[in-house]
Write a protein that binds this ligand. Structure first.
Ligand code: FES
Ligand code: FES
Length: 177
């Protein structure tokens, strides 16, 4: 009798069949993997490299849950092909903290209740880190506008904006961005 008990490793093995051997620089480390050309960076991160901090919400570029940094800029991993990212510097939520010290945004999200279920949180934090680096947000309204691509089904927006504002206003924030 057929079973449907496939594991992530089984799925990764399936994905490897007929794939391309590539090397991606992720969180400062070169990671070798084999992917079909159609595999998104999101699926490569989650299913092959087991970096599951990057979340799959809509898988269609509409929720922001999959936000990562590529060369410091925020990108939606669900709309990004893994094979096209060789030579790029990819950062995921797992690479944001400095050793055991949480990133100031991670600390601020905790302090300001910037999450409930937490599913959107890694994407929110990655997006916020890039937002602060971009330097275009100066007010709460601008933060809300420039974070509008990151949806939170729990409606934790007030805490999210408070957390980002707190880091933006911290005198030493630039040290961490
Ligand atoms: S999972 Fe990528 S934008 Fe929703
Ligand atoms: S904290 Fe639940 S979706 Fe944002």
């Amino acid at each position: 009798m057929p079973t449907n008990n496939t594991t992530p490793n089984d799925q990764a093995a399936d994905a490897n069949a007929g794939g391309c051997a590539i090397t991606l620089n992720i969180n400062g480390q070169d990671r070798a993997l084999t992917v079909e050309p159609r595999v998104t960076l999101l699926d490569a991160l989650r299913e092959q490299l087991l970096l599951t901090g990057t979340k799959k919400g809509c898988d269609h570029g509409q929720c922001g849950a999959c936000t990562v940094h590529i060369n410091g800029e925020r990108r939606l991993a669900c709309l990004t092909l893994a094979v096209m990212q060789q030579g790029q510097k990819i950062t995921t939520i797992e690479g944001l903290a400095e050793e055991n010290a949480l990133h100031p945004l991670q600390q601020a999200f905790i302090r300001h209740d910037g999450f409930q279920c937490g599913f959107c949180t890694s994407g929110q934090i990655m997006s916020a880190a890039a937002l602060l680096r971009e330097g275009h947000a100066r007010t709460e309204e601008e933060i809300r506008e420039l974070m509008s691509g990151n949806l939170c089904r729990c409606g934790a927006y007030n805490g999210i904006v408070e957390a980002i504002t707190a880091v933006m206003e911290a005198s030493d924030a630039a040290l961490y961005l």
